[in-house]
Design a protein around this ligand. Structure first.
Ligand code: GLV
Ligand code: MN
Ligand code: MN
Length: 422
């Protein structure tokens, strides 16, 4: 096929019903009776979603390859080139998450591969679905793409979920082999581009009335486990002024994080998990553990914010006679995305008459892993209704999804064929 833009876009428009059906099919895998979708990293549900995508890819004529940790690659056959262009995203969700996060990118990428299987490409096109992008289960994010880019510290395989299951055992129970991490590393020097299409997960595109975003930079999280130790005591017999209440110190911590980050503007901080192990309605809490996630696109701003949080909260904890300890459990680094790829994506939006906004990503993505190791990386967003994500209420209109897919199709074609691109 010669690349006739109008014909190709018309083919993509016809694939709209496929996109809808496949999103709905995936939403049934791990549907949570309490609402939304629960498809955690290395769970049976994630396995089923991977099987589903593998079957679709094979039915589209793609060659399926799994690496030793379960990342899935679907290759367009017939390309003699060793140079790769990878487009993809992830299939896992947070507990009671939405049906669009990750899935939009994988499903649209598959439709694009199907269309481009009729074209003559100079570089090999590979659709990727990565394992365990969400940090919900093991408190480690981007597991599959970190392994694929050679960045997962093997110690992280010892991380445990809330039931005490280690990441390495979860990988094994899905039929994969955590001892073969090295074999899962992609030939990074041969990857000419990594593109990821994703829902925005925030309110900016809707506020601007714009269907699509071209991402300029990705914010990254640093995460801490913070423990507060006071004294367990009787809730009736202990006067208020004699308590060492760990939860009161923790509550102050949560509010301090909010106040400091609100002042800074470009950094966001969240306590999304807090536990009182052994807590009871009639006990003054003696132990509290919480998890802090701080993100920003500017590393030094993020570092200053974290320093301010811990300085202030330590003093506050002391004032409640509670000691506070913290341990860094994960650190990722913000990335500016490739200017060259941004130009391709802008050009693709212009050629397809898709209105777009240049914007940073507050959420983290597998694209971060690729950008970090120097692969030219780009991302497209489509609008999220109400800016809501990681929620059963997550929603993106099919027309907006298709608008971004049009730009992704053209950008992918350009990157797999342009001779002046290196
Ligand atoms: C993934 O969605 C994240 O940013 O935590
Ligand atoms: Mn997510
Ligand atoms: Mn995602």
């Amino acid at each position: 096929m010669n690349f006739n833009l109008e014909e190709v876009l018309a083919t993509l428009t016809k694939a709209k019903s496929n996109v809808k059906r496949r999103l709905e099919d995936l939403a049934r895998i791990g549907r949570d009776p309490k609402g939304g979708v629960t498809r955690l990293a290395y769970s049976q549900e994630e396995n089923f979603a991977f099987d589903y995508i593998k079957r679709v890819g094979i039915s589209y004529g793609l060659i399926a390859k799994e690496d030793p940790v379960g990342n899935l690659y679907l290759e367009l056959p017939g390309s003699p080139s060793e140079d790769l262009v990878i487009i993809g995203s992830h299939l896992d969700t947070v507990p009671q998450g939405g049906m669009f996060d990750g899935t939009v990118g994988v499903i649209c990428s598959l439709e694009i591969a199907k269309i481009l299987s009729q074209a003559k490409l100079k570089r090999k096109l590979v659709i990727a679905a990565f394992r365990g992008e969400e940090s919900s289960r093991f408190k480690i994010s981007l597991i599959g793409s970190s392994i694929a880019t050679g960045q997962l510290n093997p110690n992280m395989l010892e991380a445990k979920d809330s039931k005490g299951v280690k990441l390495k055992d979860a990988i094994r129970s899905c039929g994969f082999d955590p001892d073969r991490l090295r074999e899962a590393v992609l030939p990074l020097k041969k990857i000419r581009a990594y593109l990821e299409y994703h829902i925005e997960q925030g309110p900016v595109l809707e506020a601007y009335g714009c269907p699509v975003g071209v991402v300029t930079a990705i914010a990254a999280p640093v995460r801490y486990k913070v423990s507060f130790s006071g004294e367990w005591a009787h809730s009736g017999a202990t006067p208020m002024n004699l308590r060492k209440d760990a939860l009161v110190a923790a509550a102050d911590f949560v509010l301090t994080v909010r106040a400091i980050c609100a002042r800074r503007g470009d950094v966001v901080g969240t306590v999304g998990d807090l536990q009182i192990p052994g807590g009871s309605i009639n006990k003054v809490p003696g132990e509290v553990v919480l998890y802090l996630d701080v993100r920003g696109v500017d590393l030094s701003e993020r570092e200053r914010t974290v320093q301010e949080i811990f300085e202030l909260t330590r003093k506050k904890a002391e004032s409640y006679s509670v000691s506070m300890n913290f341990m860094k459990i994960e650190e990722k680094f913000p990335q500016k995305l490739s200017n060259q790829i941004i130009k391709f994506l802008e050009r693709a939006c212009d050629l397809t008459n898709v209105e777009y906004l240049l914007m940073p990503s507050g959420a983290s993505h597998d694209a971060l892993s690729f950008s970090k190791v120097g692969v030219p990386t780009g991302m497209l967003f489509c609008q999220s209704k109400g800016g809501i994500s990681h929620s059963p209420r997550e929603f993106s209109q099919l027309d907006h999804i298709l608008a971004g897919a049009r730009a992704l199709l053209v950008a992918t074609y350009m990157l797999t064929t342009a001779s002046h691109y290196s």
